[in-house]
Design a protein around this ligand. Structure first.
Ligand code: SF4
Ligand code: SF4
Length: 135
């Protein structure tokens, strides 16, 4: 009988997240807004990595703006979670850029089902979803 050994949560998570994120097309953001940078949800691993990298836990301020937003730029860009990477990269009313920013040439928008699958796998790799608190 063949036994399948489950990897502990977070094992190789860095590499697995890199592979997962590589499935998301590059958004050609023109920097026209920050409206998506509000209360977001992410896996436990992604949240922990943001804390480890920036020294600050993910949260929103009293105006419901992400605390990593500094002068209209993401101060945690390299370790931003899957949901941030998906904004503008999905053919879905909730995740389409309202300013017409698209994806890089030769790439296509993900379908809603593909985006949901990526978020599902992010939770599988990185642990339960955490909605950032208000601070
Ligand atoms: S909504 Fe469009 S302009 Fe605004 S941050 Fe996203 S891609 Fe950039
Ligand atoms: S982590 Fe960065 S991209 Fe994501 S909501 Fe916060 S400021 Fe915006």
């Amino acid at each position: 009988m063949t036994m399948t050994r489950r990897l502990p949560l977070g094992s190789n998570a860095r590499e697995r997240f890199a592979a997962l994120y590589s499935e998301i097309p590059d958004v050609q953001c023109k920097g026209l807004c920050t409206q998506a940078c509000g209360p977001i949800a992410m896996s436990a691993f992604e949240s922990g990595r943001m804390l480890a990298t920036t020294g600050v836990s993910p949260a929103v301020d009293g105006e419901m703006s992400c605390i990593y937003l500094v002068r209209d730029r993401c101060a945690a860009y390299e370790v931003r979670p899957a949901i941030c990477r998906l904004f503008g990269a999905v053919d879905s009313p909730l995740l389409t850029c309202p300013h017409g920013c698209g994806v890089a040439e030769g790439q296509r928008l993900l379908t809603d089902a593909e985006a949901r699958d990526i978020l599902h796998r992010a939770r599988e790799i990185g642990g339960p979803s955490i909605t950032v608190p208000i601070r």
